[in-house]
Design a protein around this ligand. Structure first.
Ligand SMILES: Cc1cc2nc3c(=O)[nH]c(=O)nc-3n(C[C@H](O)[C@H](O)[C@H](O)COP(=O)(O)O)c2cc1C
Length: 173
């Protein structure tokens, strides 16, 4: 698949088969995250791979009861050390969210290439995820994804037309 086909193919998957993800696939996916760009190349991230069922169940609670995440073979959680990232992003914030988001999205696209399902999880209580996974301060939790073999075809959710989201040269055109 080329990159455009991959981008088209990816869907949020909310139902998983009880099937293990092969270690070599998992390693390639994690490596895709490792290779992500980050502000000043800080790479201030950790990717936590959670497979133990009691921890996955605890993450369901931390993610507002989203039960499907525990069906997947693993849950990947991306954390970023906010004290070590680029501090002047746009001269108004740090790059922690951008850095972690890019890494997670690269892993999600790599998973699509490997024939695996994922789903961006942004609905979570940071303090609860921190407690379950024992994430130290000043790491922030960026997001999670279940990773596993999909039990369903992902639904096409629709997108705005290009002309609705692109303007040329300036906002006013
Ligand atoms: C930042 C972010 C947070 C999200 N959080 C959740 C979530 O907590 N639970 C969920 O089921 N889907 C979540 N999603 C998935 C979106 O609902 C989904 O990407 C969107 O509806 C488009 O569908 P698609 O991914 O299948 O194209 C999230 C997506 C993003 C980008």
């Amino acid at each position: 698949m080329n990159i455009y086909e991959l981008i088209e193919k990816r869907r949020s998957i909310r139902s998983y088969l009880p099937k293990k993800v092969e270690e070599e696939k998992l390693k390639r996916i994690l490596n895709a995250g490792r290779l992500a760009p980050s502000g000043k190349n800080a790479q201030a991230w950790k990717f936590i791979v959670t497979r133990r069922s009691e921890l996955k169940e605890a993450l369901v609670e931390a993610c507002k009861g989203q039960k499907f995440i525990a069906e997947a073979d693993c849950i990947i959680t991306v954390c970023v050390d906010e004290s070590k990232v680029y501090q002047q992003h746009g001269a108004y914030m740090t790059s922690f969210m951008a850095d972690g988001t890019i890494a997670l999205q690269q892993m999600i696209l790599a998973a699509t290439e490997e024939g695996l399902g994922t789903c961006w999880i942004g609905a979570f209580f940071e303090d609860k995820v921190r407690e379950v996974l024992k994430v130290p301060e000043p790491y922030r939790i960026i997001g999670l994804t279940p990773l596993g073999y999909s039990a369903v075809e992902g639904k096409e959710r629709g997108r705005k037309e290009l002309k609705e989201v692109v303007v040329w040269e300036t906002w006013e055109g």
